[in-house]
Ligand binder design. Sequence first.
Ligand code: WTA
Length: 652
Amino acid sequence: MTTPESAVYPPSEDIVKNAHVNAAKYDEMYAQSIENPEKFWAEQAERIDWIKPFTKVKNVSYDFGNVDIKWFEDGQLNVAANCIDRHLETRGDQTAIIWEPDDPSDEAKHISYKELHLRTCRMANILESMGVGKGDRVVIYLPMIPEAAYAMLACARIGAIHSIVFAGFSPDALAARINGCDAKVVITADEAPRGGRKTPLKSNADAALLHCKESVKCLVVRRTGGQTTWIDGRDHDYNEMALEANDYCKPAAMDAEDPLFILYTSGSTGQPKGVVHTTGGYLTYAALTHEVTFDYHDGDIYWCTADVGWVTGHSYIVYGPLANGATTLMFEGVPTYPDAGRFWAVCEKHKVNQFYTAPTAIRALMGQGTEFVEKYDLSDLKLLGTVGEPINPEAWNWYNDVVGKGKCPIVDTWWQTETGGHLMTPLPGAHATKPGAAMKPFFGVEPVVLDPQSGAEIDGNGVEGVLCIKDSWPGQMRTVWGDHERFEKTYFSDYKGYYFTGDGCRRDADGDYWITGRVDDVINVSGHRMGTAEVESALVAHAAVAEAAVVGYPHEIKGQGIYCYVTLMNDREPSDELLKELRQWVRTEIGPIASPDVIQWAPGLPKTRSGKIMRRILRKIAENDFGSLGDTSTLADPSVVDDLISNRANKG
Ligand code: WTA
């Protein structure tokens, strides 16, 4: 492992000269943002068009039992009007969205701000005609097609709250989310092409809707023209309705604290929780971070490879870039189709300036050799970014040397679904970068390193602990949908008075931050966040399984893999068929992204005398690290551990 101080890459003079924020400006702005957040954020919020200006900037309580977070609370605005209408006069014909389809031989689309306005208004009118109004929930289950952006913005326009479900989730997971937020409408497509294969989204939605209220309606976008079953009255044809829909829909005046969207994400316990983001603070924060972190300038072509099903797609494909009047690229496909050069082919084709992706993709492509990159002209690239998981120095160096040719700063952006936008990242014109470090807090963010046991702040440099944030920033989540108590308990109860991130971190000798990974039972598989508890509950729902414990283990490409210890019912015997069946079972229950990498049969699990599973031991065994199992004498039956070690699955 490279030591933190071993490699430092200062920004080039050229970059510093042209950047929105250089080192002196960062220091000045950061100091202001901490010393006088009210003034700082009132100024920053001027980048947004307000229907009714706010007079109160910040009203926040982190007191456990009374956590309450409000920004710009008496202001009113509309997010869609900020992302579209206000650009029409100056950049109506400029491309807002470049859409690159899964199949490179299909034609890319260039959607201007004018067209985006038209499509969004029509979609908004369609939703209204289906009975959707202010505050109603709409679930979006779509491929990466422009209609996904229209749908998000249409909801925002009429004040409906969207909840996007990643198209890789199963019907069961979709149903849980539709029911979780009591959605009125689900927007889906016939099929989702990805990597040359098609996922039958409409049939998945049909299967999900069997478990939902009969009143839930379905709006279906035609993507492939593939056959779908149709239920009259419930199913609505988007393409037909768009022909008839009115071209204008008035944007609703929304309170700054009205919810904009719900996004389900995994926690360390139980089922996924609905993270709620609101309107004014979220948009201000997404727009500011997009401009500053990526050093976005007018006319740049910006590409974030995420899916709109994740928070990265919300903040950095749609809301941040469009609020800034940017040109944002939306990619339907995968990095390895038709071959491992696809990302770079798209960069060349559309002259991409800023490119933002996940370490797992970089690791996968790195293994395919440099010739896939070298074939393409990447001279338009100015900046590279990563998100979602720690990046290992090898992948960082490859990204820097082979893709960036040593001339593009790499912003390693650390943040979470809960944070709405970047909380720590180097800024390209202000900071040196170090392979694997998230480096510096963003404006208004005050990270603290706490002792995990005592909860005391650890001062100074060269220290490590759990990462908490003092005070609030405008993009912060406000609550868990329908369960404010869970919100408080998850983020504000372990370390009172702080927002607890669930991550560990190190502040190195220079005072720069390194994220060391989750300290809870959340794992990060190919940049996708997963709760081990979710996989466990999927496994125990199978009739053959008596008990299951799931942990993460280091995986060369995925970052972390899913390692499952499974205890079978007395009358069941382990077999390869059952193993395959369980793997398929989890894919059906949650989705392919939760597919177990390793299943080890476990006649018993290590438990304390009070019955608590000792996950620490299971993690060590999964990591093949038997030397540091710690004290096993408190276990009810210490021999279980020997058995697990001697039978450790010889895989992964
Ligand atoms: C991890 C994705 C290291 C972290 C935006 C966090 C990272 C979780 C980084 C949130 C990074 C995200 N370096 N770790 N640059 N970015 N993480 O909610 O563990 O899907 O808590 O949000 O991903 O994942 P989520």
